[in-house]
Every structure is written in structure tokens, then in C-alpha cells.
Design a protein around this ligand. Structure first.
Ligand code: NAP
Length: 201
């Protein structure tokens, strides 16, 4: 019998900042889908966010490294941070497949993002490059119209009640973000004065 191909989760997100909801979602996806590893991939320049202020990719990358450091199953990739221009998932998956031709990829991200997948660059190519995992808080209905039935797995994660936008608002208003983000990320945000003076988006 041939050995089972490695199964790698690709956790795509802006991670501005990374929080415990993301970490629980990655851990839950790994357990449910029998993943060997989860690679967090912070976006470089997120698509459709030109009008918004997004924290520099280096800060977001470093916060993700700090947040995932203690889990031997988690790693962080620079593929999106280092690729110039806007981040498209088709390019992310192409690069990761070149790095790991032996593995099956499972692209994990928020259900709100997956709902828009048909508008993504080269959407028709994505289904052959990875299986998609849409993580959401319980009760959220994902509209799967037009998506291949076997291409997307839904995963409810209660910890996703935590959101990056709420963490930013809290940090901006001087409110604590302890226990919403890992301790090292709390300290990183304070050390670099991230989100200071941010009111709303
Ligand atoms: P977003 O629109 O900022 O996020 C949509 C929702 O999903 C938010 O509620 C967000 O919560 C949540 N979310 C995002 N990433 C998540 C993750 N890994 N796990 C759990 N929840 C997550 O989405 P985005 O960050 O810009 O994009 C998500 C991924 O999709 C990225 O890898 C991005 O490159 C890709 N994408 C690709 C295209 C394209 O190829 N054209 C277009 C859009 C997105 P938080 O704010 O709390 O994270």
C-alpha cells in the first residue's frame, strides 16, 4: 500500500492582528481534517483593502510567528509577504504547491471570504489546487451557491466570536486585548504602538 500523502492546512488571512479565534480554528481544522501541519500565510497586500489602512506586512508576519511559536504543528510562510503586488490565493497556492509537490493542500479561511471566492482571480483553477475550509462562528449561514459541493468544508468554531477588527478597536481605545490574542502579541502591539489612536474603519 502506498503511503498516505501529507495533508497540509494553509491558513490564509490578513491577521491584523492574529487572535485566539484563528489559533483555535487552525487547531480544530487540523483535528477534524487529519492535517499533518498548518502553515499560516499572512497576506502581503490584501485584495480589496486598498481603501483601508492595513498594518505593515512585517508586523503582521511577526505577530503570527509569535502566536504560533509554541505549537510544533504550526509554521508561518512568507510567500505572500515577499511576493510584490496584491495577494491572490491562486499565486499563494501555486508557490506552496511548488514547495510541497508531495502534499495535498487545505486552504482554511473565514467563511465571509470564501463566500466571495467566485470573484477571486482565476477562481476556476482554485478547486484543483486545494480543498477549501470555510471557518465560521456557529449559526452563520454560508451561501454555497455556485461552489462545487465537494470543494468546500464548513467548520463552526465558537472562538471566532473574537475578531481582528474588535481587537484593533480595543487596542486603539486603550482597552485590554489580553486573552483575545496570545500574550506575546499583546506585548508586541504595546511595544510598537500598533492601532494607537485608531477609531473605527
Ligand atoms: P477578510 O475579508 O479580512 O475576512 C473575512 C472574515 O473572515 C472576517 O470575519 C475574518 O475575521 C475572517 N478570517 C479571515 N481569515 C481567517 C482565517 N484564516 N481563519 C478564520 N477566520 C478568518 O479576509 P482576508 O483576511 O482579506 O482574506 C482571507 C484569505 O483569503 C487571505 O488568504 C486572502 O489572500 C484570501 N483572499 C484572496 C482573494 C483573491 O485571491 N482574489 C480575495 C480575497 C481574499 P478576522 O478579521 O478576525 O480575521
Amino acid at each position: 500500500m502506498s503511503p498516505r500523502r501529507p495533508r497540509i492546512g494553509v491558513m490564509g488571512g490578513t491577521f491584523d492582528p492574529v487572535h485566539h479565534g484563528h489559533l483555535v480554528a487552525a487547531s480544530e481544522a487540523a483535528a477534524r481534517l487529519d492535517l499533518d501541519e498548518v502553515v499560516f500565510v499572512p497576506t502581503g497586500r490584501p485584495w480589496l483593502k486598498h481603501h483601508k489602512t492595513v498594518t505593515s506586512s512585517e508586523h503582521r508576519y511577526l505577530m503570527t510567528v509569535i502566536a504560533t511559536a509554541s505549537n510544533p504543528q504550526f509554521t508561518v510562510s512568507r510567500v505572500d509577504v515577499d511576493r510584490p503586488g496584491v495577494t491572490y490565493t491562486v499565486d499563494t497556492l501555486r508557490e506552496l504547491r511548488l514547495e510541497r509537490p508531495d502534499a495535498d493542500l487545505y486552504f482554511i479561511t473565514g467563511a465571509d471570504a470564501i463566500e466571495q471566492i467566485l470573484t477571486w482571480k482565476d477562481a476556476d483553477k482554485l478547486w484543483d489546487m486545494a480543498h477549501f475550509v470555510a471557518v465560521t462562528r456557529p449559526g452563520h449561514h454560508l451561501s454555497t451557491e455556485g461552489l462545487p459541493a465537494d470543494g468546500v468544508t464548513m467548520l463552526e468554531v465558537p472562538a471566532l466570536a473574537i475578531s481582528s477588527s474588535d481587537c484593533r478597536r480595543r487596542a486603539g481605545a486603550g482597552l485590554p486585548v489580553w486573552y483575545l490574542v496570545p500574550d506575546g502579541v499583546v506585548q508586541y502591539i504595546a511595544k510598537h504602538g500598533l492601532y494607537r489612536g485608531l477609531s473605527d474603519e
